[in-house]
Design a protein around this ligand. Structure first.
Ligand SMILES: [Mg+2]
Length: 233
């Protein structure tokens, strides 16, 4: 019987996508608006894809309301550009230490279900996970994505609802572990009453993460046995 649900963030937690996404965002915005946003300077870590797109659009001096109008086109183009860049992601990116061992071990554990909770849209997450063959271990039907809600704090309840509706698992928020690499991952866990493990493999220093009050903070996921024990607790 499933007693725990582990929801993995993707970028900076499971993988580094090799910096491919930033330029892909710019290309998608250029496609929608008709001009390149230039050096937009929008920080992407921990944000949902629609949120990032809107922040880039907001910096382009568009007329009021035009950013929301462009958003669906940007997101659609973002997904197709990223899918087309899968070989580049595979070449420039990498799976982070311990991840394959952890995903494989939890996949074989009948008491633990695992999926992703990510700011990526469903399509972009699928591209990144498939690039490194990680999707085989994850129950992606119960995932929660940036395409479900642009506010990351809304995503844990979406995953819980899918787990109940599609798998018949009734899990309490405390049964859920959110694993991520940014303050936004913690906010998203706390908004739902879930537990949170933060790792320093993204763009936020582990010292900074340690000050936030997560249930656990680690440099990385390399100590597989210790992380398994934590996530099964
Ligand atoms: Mg992340």
């Amino acid at each position: 019987m499933v007693r725990r649900l582990v929801l993995w963030d993707v970028d900076g937690t499971l993988v580094r996508a090799g910096g491919v996404a930033s330029e892909v965002f710019s290309l998608a915005v250029e496609h929608a608006v008709g001009r390149h946003p230039g050096e937009h300077g929008v920080a992407m870590s921990g944000k949902t894809d629609p949120q990032i797109a809107l922040e880039i659009l907001a910096g382009m001096g568009l007329e009021a309301g035009q950013d929301e109008r462009h958003l669906p086109v940007v997101v659609e183009r973002l997904e197709s550009e990223l899918a087309a860049a899968v070989e580049l992601i595979r070449r420039k990116g990498r799976v982070l230490p311990g991840v394959c061992e952890l995903l494989a071990a939890l996949h074989d554990d009948p008491h633990v279900a695992q999926s992703v909770l990510t700011g990526n849209t469903a399509g972009n997450a699928a591209t990144k996970l498939a690039a490194f063959d990680l999707d085989r271990w994850l129950d992606l039907e119960i995932a929660a994505y940036g395409s479900d809600d642009r506010d990351r704090r809304a995503l844990v309840p979406i995953a819980l609802r899918r787990a109940e509706e599609l798998r018949g698992w009734t899990l309490a928020p405390h049964d859920v572990w959110v694993v991520g690499d940014t303050p936004n991952d913690l906010r998203c866990a706390r908004a739902a009453g879930a537990r949170c493990l933060l790792v320093g493999t993204g763009n936020v220093a582990v010292d900074e993460l340690a000050a936030l009050g997560a249930d656990q903070v680690l440099d990385d996921l390399a100590d597989v046995d210790a992380v398994l024990e934590l996530l099964r607790s």
